[in-house]
Design a protein. Sequence first.
Length: 188
Amino acid sequence: MKLPPSFYVGHPVSYIARSLLGKRLVTSGVNGTLQAGWIVETEAYSHRERGCHAFGNKKTPRNEAMFLPGGHAYVYLCYGIHWMFNVVTGPEGKGDAVLIRALQPVPEAGIPSPRVTSGPGKLTKALHINRSHNGLWLGGNTIWLEEGIKVSKAQAVQTTRIGIDYAGPDALLPWRFYVKDNPWVSRK
DNA sequence: TAGAGGATTGAT
DNA sequence: TCAATCCTCTAC
């Protein structure tokens, strides 16, 4: 069952990042094949802190999708090589989003080799996510999120985010969440 | 219009 | 530890 629009609003972005653990991300390929995986690692980005592309309410052609209503996709190219997939949260115009950093492929999804989704740049490649997914509603038929497995409080680890040293004190915010002891979580 | 740098990854 | 690789943003 796909997640309702209400899932993406009404809570702090960090709460939604935690809630996304265990949810199922599915993409539909050109020939109708599905790629899917359970979310095992996320990071929250709030417009109120420096690590976020929408910090200071700054809107550019690149991050425009971040200002869509919660439940849309924000996809951008990083280091000229990797696509990053984010879930927009909160009301329209706010600029909060959750970066999906790792997936555990579901057995029937047809993702060929293991260990191809343990990192934000790798999972987008495995699910064929690219610029064409930027701004899409995550309840459509190209890419969507649905209910998955339950992640207990004991399994969910909360810690600091990765790769945003430039954000200064905000880099210390404990806004990274992952499933404990899950081999599909990205390495540090 | 030129230059710097990035929410990463994999090889050395 | 470092290069790959290119798009975006900022400054001039």
